[in-house]
Design a protein around this ligand. Structure first.
Ligand code: ANZ
Ligand code: ZN
Length: 842
């Protein structure tokens, strides 16, 4: 006797074990089928799976399973982005070894993922913290080093004095370390860099070919790369300062050169430093500038401040024109030349600055209305227009004037056309333990020498001390002492480890091919890559994706790969959100600490009142997190998966709700009741309506899943189920129920396998083909046809789809409205467009 209720507790496990023992989802490198590589961004093993993971991996899973059913050999792997700070913090706070902490997290997250029945090829699982992964990364690093794409340079870094580490600009918030909250200092350190700027032009151009990427992500990458074309030229100092006789500036707006009002230097500019040596007030001002933010956003919003150096420079196009030289806090040293000329009328920062220091503001671009040189107001005009008040440039467009000034500068030799990039080389050195050791040995005689490949991996030492802050590798008694591989003299290992973004810049290659003796086999990689569909959070839109694109190109440039773009299509999914709850004292409460009584929320423990807050991304800090584990236990994997797909478009946020998951649970049970009803008495009657709907659903769901429009696919499944439930028994109804199991299989695979077995099918539904579509049944049976008389709409009629021209003409002429409008006139001709219109010409 079949159970009247679907029992996920038993079914989920049963099928998960079957898939695992059968190796159902292990990708075959030697397959002759077409390939599809479906990849979700691999997780950081923080400890527990959260709903965001569940949503992300469910989407990828549906696509992977669907593609398998469509006849593809699918690679759908899973692994762990396992290096990084949290493991070290755990080591410091809880006194566990980072490796132990990480591996325990991986184990529990792996078993959590398994309870969701994801079709992962677990045989390819990898963790970046294991020597068999990071050792191969070290080999690649050495290849890039030998290929001239790695170098070492002294550079100013953001130093967090509490965490004792270098921070990326993004990790500095209001001048403080993102984690420690300590005031960040600027320090000079020798660091390793990857030459991503060599590929700036190509990374930018490549964006144009990424048709399968969201426009907004491409735009974000474009802005990050930040190509600017303009003029680089110099202003001669009225009085040379030692060996400095002029100030070099970069401008994208040379057309505004006659609107110049001042020259501004960065606090780190060599001239600033020279002057600061003799001027204490200036030195203090420069220090103050350095303590401020460095991100573009911070520069945009902070108050503009300057220091008048008292020096002047001569305008390049007018020897009688002197401009003052300031040091200003909004000029960056590492962009352009570290100095600018200010044009207040046409640049907002310059205008704020000029108004504050009473500098001239002269209009040189006219919007077509106002042409006077005197500029009023506090809003700069940055739009298009004609040049005014600018001698030989007057009357030209902005673009034409730019070219004219560039040409003149080049001819007269005071400047040249210049392209500037916002993108900087990638500093990969981290003064941390839990990362890939940089495989370099420093020898006093030979300089930096790569570790010979046969001595890889350079393995992290296990016996480390986290009691004192700083880099444990640096402090370890013996680890760094090693003989130089070149000359044999005593030397020192590099004690910096690689930025964890390096680990995630090539893992998709290692998934495709993982030999023991090298990072990957390019021939095998070529068969799988580029990744057909990559899915992940938009928070990785810039750095991770840019670095991965760079690594692929860098490896291609040294002959290790023969393609440039790693991800053919990219999808960025929305977040899982939840209402927030607050106690009277302002502290956050978690959803399972509160309950609803009528319309009010109260604390379960003591009945005290709760205020509900906004629906926000689930996060530990706001305590609005719902742990997937108990939910899976209660409702089963299929209901959870189904809910993740049904309620919102995948790119939008999904508000978690109890009602939503319950709805999914009920739907799973409805499916079950349909499946077990399949043994009704065979009736040889037809049900064209059901057959038509079935075929439309097969096609529609396939299209929607292919477009990752899962919520639309779900809606179509609902419609089919509604119709089939109500239909009378028929052969068509039975066929629809059987096909339904395959249609829902990618979304709710456990119940689908159960149904498949129930139908007496041998094998797994996971291996079954997607149901075939009868194209002739896709069209609706009825159409509405317009009837015109001399091109004017007179009536409409609803007829069977595909009716003949003669039949349509006959029906049209039978229309009373048409006859009235013809009013007995002779018909010259009748034009019939089948399924569309009939036009009667008189
Ligand atoms: C004169 C001018 C007039 C400018 C005008 C803009 C508008 P993008 O497009 O982002 O590359 N600039 C150059 N180097 C800078 C630095 N190190 N720190 C801060 N600002 C700098 O911006 C290029 C423009 O940013 C340059 O063009 C320069 O100001 C400024 F109506 O020169 B412009
Ligand atoms: Zn040596």
């Amino acid at each position: 006797m079949t159970d009247q209720r679907f029992n996920p507790l038993a079914a989920d496990k049963r099928w998960q074990e079957r898939w695992s023992t059968a190796g159902t989802f292990e990708a075959d490198d030697a397959s002759s089928k077409p390939r599809s590589y479906v990849l979700e961004m691999f997780p950081y093993p923080s400890g527990r799976i959260h709903m965001g993971h569940v949503r992300n991996y469910t989407m990828g899973d549906v696509l992977a399973r669907f593609r398998r059913m469509q006849g593809f050999e699918v690679l759908h792997p899973m692994g762990w982005d396992a290096f990084g700070m949290p493991a070290e913090n755990a080591a410091m706070e809880k006194k566990v070894h980072p490796g132990e902490w990480t591996r325990a997290n991986i184990a529990s997250m792996r078993s959590q993922l398994k309870t969701l029945g994801f079709a992962f090829d677990w045989s390819r699982e990898l963790a970046t913290c294991e020597p068999d992964y990071y050792g191969q990364e070290q080999a690649l690093f050495i290849d890039l080093f030998e290929g001239g794409l790695v170098y070492r340079k002294e550079s100013a870094v953001n130093w967090d004095p509490v965490d004792m580490t270098v921070l990326a600009n993004e990790q500095v918030i209001d001048g403080k370390g993102w984690r420690s909250g300590a005031q960040v200092e600027k320090r000079k350190l020798s660091q390793w860099f990857l030459k991503i700027t060599d590929f700036a032009e190509d990374l930018l151009a490549g964006l144009g070919d990424l048709k399968g990427w969201p426009e907004k992500v491409r735009l974000m990458q474009e802005n990050w790369i930040g190509k600017s074309q303009g003029l680089q030229f110099h202003f001669a100092l009225a009085e040379a300062q030692g060996d400095i006789a002029s100030v070099e500036v970069f401008s994208t707006r040379p057309d505004t050169i006659f609107g110049a009002s001042f020259v501004a230097l960065s606090a780190d500019h060599p001239l600033t430093q020279k002057l600061a040596g003799q001027n204490e007030a200036l030195a203090a001002f420069a220090e103050e500038c350095k303590a401020g933010g460095t991100t573009a956003a911070e520069l945009e919003t902070m108050e503009k401040k300057g220091f008048d150096t008292g020096l002047t420079v001569t305008h390049p196009l007018d020897p009688d024109w002197q401009l003052p030289v300031y040091v200003a806090n909004f000029v960056l040293m590492d962009y352009g030349t570290g100095a600018v000329f200010g044009v207040p009328a046409h640049d907002q920062r310059d205008l704020d600055f000029a108004r504050k220091y009473g500098l001239p503001v002269k209009r040189v671009v006219s919007d077509g209305e106002e042409t006077a040189a005197k500029y009023v107001g506090n809003e700069a005009y940055t739009g298009p227009g004609k040049i005014v008040n600018s001698a030989f440039l007057d009357g030209l467009t902005v673009e034409a004037a730019q070219q004219t000034v560039i040409d003149r500068a080049q001819v007269e030799g005071w400047g040249k056309a210049q392209t500037t990039w916002r993108l900087r080389d990638w500093g990969v050195s981290r003064q941390r333990y839990w990362g890939t050791p940089i495989p370099i040995i420093h020898c006093d005689d030979c300089g930096p020498v790569p570790v010979p490949k046969d001595q890889l991996p350079v393995v992290l030492p296990e016996d480390i001390d986290f009691e004192t802050p700083g880099n444990p590798l640096e402090r370890h008694a013996t680890w760094k002492h090693i003989d130089c591989p070149k000359c044999g003299k005593a030397a020192l290992r590099e004690t910096d480890t690689l930025d964890t973004f390096v680990d995630s810049s090539w893992y998709f290659l290692r998934f495709a091919s993982q030999p023991d003796d090298r990072p990957f086999d390019p021939e095998v990689v070529k068969q799988w890559l580029p990744v057909t569909q990559y899915i992940g959070g938009v928070e990785h839109a810039i750095l991770h994706l840019l670095y991965a694109r760079f690594w692929t190109r860098a490896l291609a440039s040294i002959g290790k790969l023969d393609f440039a773009e790693p991800f053919e299509s990219l999808f960025t999914q929305g977040m899982v959100t939840h209402e927030t709850y607050k106690h009277g004292d302002g502290s956050w409460l978690s959803p399972d600490e509160v309950e609803k009584n009528g319309t009010d929320w109260t604390v379960i423990a003591d009945g005290s009142p709760v205020t509900t807050g906004r629906v926000e991304k689930m996060s530990k800090s706001k305590k609005n997190v719902v742990d997937p584990d108990p939910i899976i236990e209660q409702y089963g994997a299929d209901a959870v998966r189904f809910f993740m797909l049904s309620d919102s478009p995948p790119e939008r946020d999904l508000p978690w709700s109890e009602a939503g998951i319950e709805g999914s649970w009920r739907f799973v049970q409805r499916l079950w009741r349909l499946f077990i009803s399949v043994e009704f008495e065979t009736l040889e009657n037809e049900d064209v309506k059901v057959r038509r709907k079935l075929n439309q659903t097969i096609k529609g769901v396939a299209d929607d899943v292919e477009a990752l429009a899962f919520n639309k696919a779900v809606a179509k499944i609902f419609e089919l189920v509604n119709l089939v439930e109500k239909a009378n028994p028929s052969a068509d109804k039975r066929e629809a129920i059987k096909a339904l199991a395959r249609i829902v299989a990618p979304m709710v695979p456990h119940i689908a396998e159960e149904a498949w077995a129930l139908f007496g099918e041998s094998g797994l539904i996971a291996n079954a083909p997607w149901p075939e579509v009868d194209e002739s049944l896709l069209v609706d049976d009825e159409v509405t046809i317009a009837i015109q008389v001399r091109g004017k709409l007179r009536d409409t009629m609803t007829t069977a789809k595909g009716s003949s021209k003669d039949r349509l003409e006959e029906l049209a002429l039978a229309s009373e409205k048409v006859q009235r409008s013809l009013d007995g006139a002779a018909i010259k001709k009748v034009i019939v467009v089948p399924d569309r219109l009939v036009n009667i010409v008189i």
